[in-house]
Design a protein around this ligand. Structure first.
Ligand code: APR
Length: 180
């Protein structure tokens, strides 16, 4: 699987599916969630309300993922996942890894070939971006993809992109040393 790291606004990304750092309510919020809802238009909120009326009456659990269409977005799908909230004491790395893994499970179910991720939990939810980079990159790298052939990490600012680039170089160096 190809892994790309870039700076940009994920709402303009043309991947088959973009991932949203959603809240458990699925009803929108600030950060990337708010930007995705604004760009996708009201259809997205309606689809999320339908999910809340059905399977996710209690909200989407932290670490889980679910898809809706992308509506007015260039991306065909939005895969909503709920990152752990460090500010509320959710600091278990397994929960954050689960977000990346479950989002890819859903992407596979959709038959998506290209997926774009933001830095889940690295904003309002207060995780250190370097930890998010390490967990996100490792989890995606190790995912046994069949349909997904390219994953792009779309970071909102150059500083976060640099953190992801450094983490990726570190992982590649470590992998090279293991192979040698
Ligand atoms: N494109 C890409 N990345 C973005 C964008 C965008 N348009 N807007 C913000 N980001 C970045 C932030 O800079 C941060 O690095 O996404 C990362 C995740 O930050 P948040 O959006 O705050 O997500 P998170 O920390 O997971 O908090 C989720 O915030 O908005 C609420 O409803 C959401 O309750 C949930 C919580």
């Amino acid at each position: 699987m190809q892994i790309l790291i870039s700076t940009g606004d994920i709402t303009t990304n043309t991947a088959d599916a973009i991932v949203n750092a959603a809240s458990s309510s699925l009803l929108g919020g600030g950060g990337v969630d708010g930007a995705i809802h604004r760009a996708a238009g009201p259809g997205l909120l309606a689809a999320c309300r339908e999910l809340r009326a059905g399977t996710y009456a209690q909200g989407l659990p932290t670490g889980d993922a679910v898809a809706t269409p992308g509506f007015d977005l260039p991306a065909g799908w939005v895969i909503h996942t709920v990152g752990p909230n460090a500010r509320a004491g959710e600091t278990d790395p397994a929960l954050l890894a689960s977000c990346f893994r479950r989002a890819l499970d859903v992407a596979e179910e959709l038959g998506a070939q290209t997926v774009a991720f933001p830095a889940i939990s690295a904003g309002i939810y207060g995780w250190d971006p370097a930890v998010v980079a390490d967990i996100g990159l490792r989890t995606v790298r190790d995912y046994p993809a069949r349909s997904v052939r390219s994953v792009e990490f779309v970071l909102f600012d150059g500083r976060t992109e640099q953190i992801f680039q450094t983490a990726w170089q570190g992982l590649e160096t470590a992998a090279g040393e293991t192979d040698a």
